[in-house]
Design a protein around this ligand. Structure first.
Ligand code: NAD
Length: 353
């Protein structure tokens, strides 16, 4: 039998563990896996683009466990009452090739993206950031807010979205949870207003084009930029002038994938970037000067979903009452008698009729 985590199971797990605790624990697991970067099979994700969005497959393995995620990104979906991003994934045993767990990953992707963003900021932002601008107040935004309040101690969130209803939804949701109750929520009338006085700027907008959400004039020395929404070819958020700033240091997850999908797709193949794994392994510096602008050019890498699936698998062992199993793979007395396994089901159905 294969472990199964559906959306309701995930909701129960989050209630049991707490969202902030879950994100903090996931960030630790992601950092642990980035420290063993050399153990992982790495490839840019396989993307199937269409006029309205993208469907992607994201596989990786550390030689013992294998994982993949199926994920989509369809910015116009919300007009039809659907999510922009949905996902599910599998954790499998490399030794037998058998799947160990099938899991929802829509909620988990928001959690892991937020955990990764806050983890990168812990390494890159100046110490003790107070205020964060949160541009784009859709599905991912609460998770980002919780991660930065819980992991970095951010105390002021400056919110902006072109859709005021999204900001209003974010404000209501954040006001109702403990993790962000310590933060002051400031609804801003523009990106410029949101950025003024912010130590960190998170952009998490959805638009399938080269959008200009943030311009260089709004970026002050010492800021940390957490650019989450530009994650596909032809889909970016930062004006290219930001990328040309001499005080900018750009940190990516997996360079070959980020050059296709990240903000760095706007620059040439020799444009300098540093992989996050090199920073956590002490092989490259993060921020060099107080006045540097650091950019975490987030696109989401398969290792982060591997870490998420591993943590979920661990949590099922810690909370056995929440464990559900499904018969995804036949269990046979004689593994060569698959036919017998197929007919057993037929006989059962006949008896039931
Ligand atoms: P969503 O559609 O729920 O929310 C996006 C919000 O951005 C909407 O409220 C929209 O009104 C707003 N917006 C669009 N253009 C804007 C602009 N110019 N200024 C301000 N607000 C603007 O989408 P979501 O699920 O929250 O995802 C947000 C983005 O994050 C998507 O682009 C998605 O692909 C990306 N994403 C990245 C990762 C990663 O690992 N980097 C992971 C998950 C999602």
């Amino acid at each position: 039998m294969v472990d199964y985590i559906g959306v309701t199971d995930m909701q129960r797990l989050l209630q049991r563990v707490g969202v902030g605790e879950f994100i903090g624990r996931l960030a630790k697991r992601i950092e642990y896996d980035y420290r063993r970067w050399g153990s992982f099979e790495k490839s840019a994700r396989l993307a199937s683009h269409s006029a309205d969005g993208v469907i992607e497959l994201m596989p990786t393995s550390d030689g013992h466990l294998y994982s993949f995620k199926y994920v989509n990104g369809h910015p116009r979906n919300t007009d039809a009452g659907l999510l922009t991003v949905t996902a599910f994934g599998v954790l499998a045993d490399v030794g037998t090739g058998y799947p160990l767990m099938l899991s929802e990953l829509t909620l988990s992707t928001a959690l892991r993206t937020a955990a990764m963003s806050a983890l990168a900021a812990r390494w890159l932002a100046r110490p003790n950031p107070t205020a964060m601008a949160l541009i784009g107040n859709g599905a991912q935004s609460e998770f980002q807010a919780v991660a930065f309040c819980h992991m970095l101690g951010v105390r002021e969130l400056r919110l902006f979205d072109t859709d005021p209803a999204a900001t209003s939804k974010l404000r209501t949701n954040l006001s109702a949870i403990d993790e962000t109750s310590v933060a002051t929520l400031v609804v801003s009338g523009s990106v410029a207003e949101a950025c003024s006085g912010a130590d960190i700027v998170t952009t998490v907008t959805a638009d399938k084009r080269r959008a200009v959400v943030l311009t260089s004039a709004l970026v002050r020395p010492g800021m940390h930029l957490n650019a989450v929404g530009g994650d596909c070819p032809g889909k970016t958020e930062l004006h290219p002038d930001i990328m040309r700033r001499p005080d900018l240091r750009v940190i990516v997850e997996f360079e070959p994938q980020s050059r296709i999908e990240g903000e760095v797709q706007q620059m040439g193949p020799d444009y300098p970037v540093t992989e996050f794994a090199d920073i956590v392994r002490g092989q490259a510096p993060g921020r060099l000067r107080e006045s540097d602008v650091t950019l975490f050019d987030s696109v989401g890498f398969a290792l982060e979903d591997f870490s998420t699936l591993c943590l979920l698998h661990e949590l099922l062992k810690e909370h056995p009452d929440l464990r559900r199993r499904i018969d995804l793979v036949p269990e046979l007395d004689d593994p060569k008698d698959l036919w017998g396994g197929a007919m057993r089901g037929r006989r059962r159905l006949r008896r039931a009729a």
